[in-house]
Write a protein that binds this ligand. Structure first.
Ligand SMILES: [Zn+2]
Length: 417
């Protein structure tokens, strides 16, 4: 049982503590009230200290009126969520006219304090919005609003150093259905831009709105897929940039060609003929000197058969040598030889692949000198996939885009005053 004066003293301590925690200067903590669910902090103006304009933050001499009480959710203290209550003043700002005052604990229209908003934002970089909401006892929508605001602030306030090397890629939302285009700064390994859709029209905004002519001017290399429709945009908006068709995408198309051959062969073969091909992929990809006697026997059988599947695997392996060459002339020579042997392979998917290479050689050969690829940001692409999974696929693209910026663009959070 506490005596009244003791209880009073503890409350004063809590008030002083809270005032210092919130960094109040023109405001003070009037009293702290504890209920079953919350700790409510009643705030008031401190004497006649000057309040600031909510728009320009300039100190204002005159208070115009007192508005009705508002409430802000704050962080929890020992499991008890804090709530701030205060009657906002409207001040007469010499520059902006009558405005609601500036709150040192929150952004102008926020219903949570900046400390809570930033804590929520930090956690939402690691886990789902649902999980974050549960952790802080908020609903999903409030978390969404906090992230959206944090991203808006971050995009407005982030540093914009000159960009020299970018990678353009696409990610799908909801298994190969709706596509987004992402642009990375490959040197800093950071996300620069996300756009809805993957058309030339959609990606144009990156060059015109996000970059603008001056920043486009410093672009030196743009890494992308051969099948992407953006090459024209680069030629139009970033004239100093070399287009480089991305190694990982080229290999992906090559693997698809192998897979297509394998699938059509498997359809053609009888059940009995299929047996030697079971798990043959691994056999064909392994270095021959690592094989056991038994495996060598199986391999030589496969090779003697010279089936389309075997030819496809060997073509694929031979192509991979291209990435190792250091001299452009030799690399070009190898590629030309490879293309003519692939054309003679009687494998339709490979012929299609070669035709694709032929019309894009000016963006493939520079690899030997540049040695850049979107592989540098593969981790980021995986992160985007996991964002999409853990959120069960965002219903709206706007939310998904905000989450991508939030997790991959290294945006600054609002400053806690
Ligand atoms: Zn003002």
């Amino acid at each position: 049982m506490l005596f009244d004066h003791e209880r009073k003293r503890i409350e004063v301590l809590v008030e002083t503590f809270t005032r210092k925690q919130l960094g109040l200067k023109a405001h003070t903590v009037k009293r702290v009230e504890q209920t079953e669910e919350f700790m409510i902090i009643h705030i008031d103006r401190l004497g006649d200290r000057l309040l600031r304009c909510g728009l320009c933050r300039q100190r204002c001499r005159e208070v115009h009126s007192v508005r009705k009480e508002r409430e802000w959710r704050d962080l929890s203290m020992r499991g008890l969520p804090l709530k701030l209550r205060y009657r906002p003043r409207r001040v007469k700002c010499p520059r902006c006219g009558v405005r609601v005052e500036d709150f040192p604990w929150a952004e102008p229209w926020a219903r949570v304090t900046t400390s809570l908003a930033n804590a929520v934002a930090r956690l939402a970089r690691e886990m789902s919005w649902q999980g974050t909401a549960r952790h802080y006892g908020l609903n999903w929508k409030s978390v969404g609003t906090i992230i959206k605001r944090a991203v808006q602030y971050g995009l407005k306030s982030r540093a914009r150093p000159a960009v020299h090397v970018i990678g353009i890629d696409e990610v799908s939302r909801r298994k190969g259905q709706v596509y987004l285009t992402v642009v990375y700064d490959l040197a800093r390994r950071v996300l620069l831009w996300v756009g809805e859709d993957r058309t030339e029209e959609a990606v144009k905004k990156f060059f015109t709105e996000e970059m603008g002519p001056r920043r486009c001017h410093t672009l030196r290399v743009v890494c992308m897929d051969m099948w992407a429709p953006y090459a024209n945009l680069v030629r139009q908006h970033a004239r100093n940039a070399q287009i480089l068709f991305d190694r990982f995408h080229i290999v992906k198309h090559l693997n698809e060609a192998v897979e297509e051959v394998r699938r059509s062969e498997m359809r053609r073969l009888t059940q009995k003929e299929k047996v030697p091909f079971k798990r043959s992929r691994w056999l064909l990809l392994k270095n021959p000197w690592n094989l056991t006697a038994d495996q060598k026997e199986r391999l030589s059988t496969l090779v003697r058969w010279n089936t389309p599947i075997v030819r496809a695997y060997y073509l694929k392996e031979a192509f991979q040598l291209f990435w190792e060459y250091k001299q452009p002339a030799r690399a070009k020579d190898l590629l030309k030889k490879w293309m003519s042997s692939a054309m003679r392979s009687r494998l339709e998917p490979f012929k299609k692949f070669v035709r694709m290479l032929r019309s894009h050689l000016d963006g493939i050969l520079p690899w030997t000198k540049l040695r850049l690829s979107n592989g540098a940001v593969e981790g980021m692409n995986n992160k985007i996939k996991s964002i999409s999974h853990r959120s069960f696929g965002f219903r709206s693209a706007k939310h998904f885009i905000a989450a991508i910026y939030h997790c991959c663009a290294r945006l600054p959070l609002p400053v806690e005053r």
